[in-house]
Design a protein around this ligand. Structure first.
Ligand code: DX5
Ligand code: ZN
Length: 219
């Protein structure tokens, strides 16, 4: 079963409550919240107070994607702010600190996840996999919404699907960046079960039809 997580990076921030409340009626499963620090990625988005505010108005679980340096400093606070699933980048700190971050997320009762930038090889996920409830493969360079899907990430999705099946079958596989009706099929064929969509979702003429189509068997 495919789950759709809508990235509110492409929402209208002046009408964030309206846009967050529109997700569940459209069939969206998760609210994807992109947190950027202007250091790990060259953009600054939102932080803890906004996550707390989204939590107050969202009936859906929050899927918070941290694109920040040394996330171990902040994971407990993002869990307390309302993250149900919390993703850290494996490139953002030394291995021992990423492992500690994942343990802290689990201790807080949230689902720990790791993300991989496009240039990070699939096998780099292996030291973390046993602790993960999701692996997020970036299919664009993190930092901005509205970029083109990198089709050369498809083999990486397939390789990580193989690792998950062999070592952690209950772990989800997500694809984040440039997911639309054209690129979703390659993600699903490669074993992705969570599709993150920002600009394509918010630009769709009918968001419910867009979500239905992403979840359909035949694309
Ligand atoms: C990129 C973010 C993505 C992004 C997805 O840094 O992690 O979640 O918002 O947006 P689209 O679907 O527009 O590529
Ligand atoms: Zn994201």
């Amino acid at each position: 079963m495919i789950q759709v997580s809508s990235s509110i990076l492409s929402a209208d921030f002046a009408n964030l409550e309206r846009d967050v409340r529109s997700l569940a009626p459209a069939g969206v499963d998760l609210v994807h919240v992109d947190v950027m620090d202007g250091s790990f990625v060259p953009n600054i988005s939102i932080g803890l107070p906004v996550v707390e505010a989204i939590k107050r108005v969202s009936p859906l679980p929050l899927d918070v994607h941290l694109m920040i340096d040394r996330p171990v400093r902040y994971v407990e606070r993002f869990c307390k702010a309302g993250a149900n699933l919390l993703t850290v980048h494996i490139e953002s700190d030394a291995q021992e600190n990423i492992l500690a971050a994942l343990d802290q997320i689990a201790d807080c009762g949230a689902v720990p996840a790791v993300a991989l930038k496009p240039t990070t090889p699939a096998e780099a996920v292996l030291p973390y996999l046993s602790r993960c409830g999701m692996v997020l493969v970036m299919t664009v360079e993190p930092g901005f919404g509205g970029q083109k899907f990198m089709s050369h990430m498809v083999p990486k999705l397939k390789t990580i699907r193989g690792y998950i099946n062999a070592q952690k079958p209950d772990c989800l596989l997500g694809a984040d960046g440039g997911v639309n009706l054209q690129t979703a099929s390659a993600c699903k064929e490669s074993g992705a079960d969570v599709l993150i969509a920002g600009s394509a979702y918010f630009k769709a003429a009918s968001q419910a039809e867009f979500v239905n189509a992403l979840k359909a068997q035949n694309i």
